[in-house]
Design a protein around this ligand. Structure first.
Ligand SMILES: Nc1ncnc2c1ncn2[C@@H]1O[C@H](COP(=O)(O)OP(=O)(O)OP(=O)(O)O)[C@@H](O)[C@H]1O
Ligand SMILES: [Mg+2]
Length: 447
């Protein structure tokens, strides 16, 4: 019995990738960031990362083209790592969008999640290390038990020590966060929001030196001060808050709506709010990336929608990936390069990935085996390399886990060639599974 392998989730499949592996001059190291070879594509991706970081690529598009298993998805994943947490990166599978009734809504939402604004806010805070804290109880007329009435807190910096009383709302937060002497806390003076930043080194108990807590420096300067906070919000976040406000205003009936949707009107309002904030220099635009994998699966309607969306003021960088050459555009009879309409293709920079050499296949498998902690013998690695070349790299990588299970059953910690061979006999690659169905076509239809 042969079974086709399930496709593991993208995240785990690319977990060995930490970045594009480029040097300071943007040249690809042969092996770097968990990536092997594909130097041209990685260097191109490096330029794209730089342009996105400089805010220069919004409304543009990139198409990554190459044979199956040559690292297109892996490189897009590396781009997201390089961009860092502050730049929005949204990844969707075209196959998951097509067939949905609200596909343009899904695409629009993805686009808006991929666009951000950076907001700088100056806030009045008290910030310091807790030198002393005492909670005050008070007897409530409604309850037999005393309730939290407030607290007396002493906060310290390198230069100052300051004591003050706080009301029950702040006291409750302090208690909920379980703050202790030696914790660095920030309290927003206007909203009363409390944040526990971490523990200060010199105050931390010596027995807990290797705790999981974040260690921070003792701050200097005054306890009460203005502090700048920087946050990145996505357009989708703004949409949601506008929609929520509308629902709040329209009262109870709106709460009965089964689905609370973001309307066009909400998005228009959100755009206006953002525009105003940018004009007033209270926010700056952070165009991110929308990555659409297997983009040939999109249909004409989706392509048209994306092409139009790219022209709007607030558009992220679009990165598409495909392994198709000439193909029909979905939803039509039109043959076109990569199954995409010409007017979209004309706007895309194209990056290509090449088939791997044997040496590169060996290295990719070795990296994956290392990541999944599958110890391979020399022979096992050789056989997997051969399978990777003959069938596909992905197939070879997917055999690692089954081969390990087979090895463990015979009580071997190390995976040998025989385990790989057995795994390859049990699990088919796509070509073989398709051939099988073709061969027994008549049987399969009725059976
Ligand atoms: N250059 C590389 N370095 C390290 N690992 C790689 C490289 N290229 C691919 N891989 C790994 O090989 C597997 C297949 O690669 P990937 O999924 O990125 O291929 P793809 O080009 O997107 O294929 P498809 O056209 O089928 O979508 C993944 O586990 C990936 O992480
Ligand atoms: Mg892919």
């Amino acid at each position: 019995m042969e079974m086709a392998l399930p496709r593991p989730s993208r995240r785990s499949v690319h977990s060995h990738i930490t970045g594009l592996g480029l040097d300071e001059r943007g040249k690809a190291k042969r092996i770097g960031g968990g990536l092997v070879g594909q130097e041209k594509a990685r260097e191109a991706a490096g330029i794209i990362v730089q342009l996105v970081k400089e805010g220069k690529l919004g409304g543009r598009g990139v198409l990554i083209v190459g044979p199956p298993g040559t690292g297109k998805t892996a490189i897009a994943f590396a781009v997201s790592k390089e961009l860092g947490a502050d730049t929005p990166f949204v990844a969707i599978d075209a196959g998951e969008v097509t067939g949905l009734q609200k596909k343009t809504e899904v695409l629009l939402q993805a686009l808006r999640k991929a666009m951000g604004i950076r907001i700088r806010e100056e806030r009045e805070v008290v910030e310091g290390v807790i030198a002393d804290i005492k909670y005050l109880r008070r007897q409530s007329p409604f309850s037999p038990y005393p309730t939290l009435g407030g607290a007396k807190v002493t906060l310290e910096t390198k230069d100052e020590s300051s004591s003050f009383s706080v009301g029950p709302e702040i006291a409750e937060q302090l208690m909920g966060l379980n703050v202790r002497k030696g914790d660095l806390v920030t309290i927003d003076v206007e909203t009363g929001a409390v944040r526990r930043v971490g523990r200060v080194k010199e105050k931390a108990e010596r027995w807990y030196d290797i705790g999981v807590e974040r260690q921070v420096e003792m701050p200097s300067g005054p306890v009460r001060k203005k502090k700048e906070f920087v946050r990145v919000l996505t357009f989708h976040d703004v949409d949601l808050s506008v929609a929520a406000r509308r629902v709040a205003f329209s009262g109870l009936l709106a709460l009965l709506e089964t689905e609370r949707e973001i309307s066009d009107e909400d998005r228009k309002q959100a755009n206006e709010i953002v525009k105003k904030m940018i004009d007033e220099r209270r926010a700056e635009l952070v165009p991110g990336v929308l990555f659409i994998d297997d983009a040939h699966m999109l249909d004409l309607e989706s392509f048209s929608f994306l092409t139009k969306a790219m022209e709007s003021d607030f558009a992220p960088l679009l990165i598409l990936a495909t392994n198709r050459g000439m193909a029909k555009i979905r939803g039509t009879d039109i043959e076109s390069p990569h199954g995409m309409p010409r007017d979209l293709l004309d706007r895309l920079l194209i990056v290509t990935t090449q088939p791997y050499s044997l040496e590169e296949i060996r290295e990719i498998i070795a990296i994956r085996a290392d990541e999944e902690e599958v110890p391979l013998s020399e022979d096992a690695l050789e056989l997997l390399t051969k399978l990777g070349a003959e069938r596909s790299v992905r197939y070879a990588v997917q055999l690692l886990e089954p081969a390990r299970t087979i090895a463990l059953r015979r009580k071997s910690q190390k995976v040998e060639a025989r385990d790989v061979k057995e795994a390859a006999e049990l699990f088919a690659d796509l070509k073989r599974s398709v051939e099988l169905v073709e061969k027994y076509k008549d049987l399969m239809i009725y059976g």
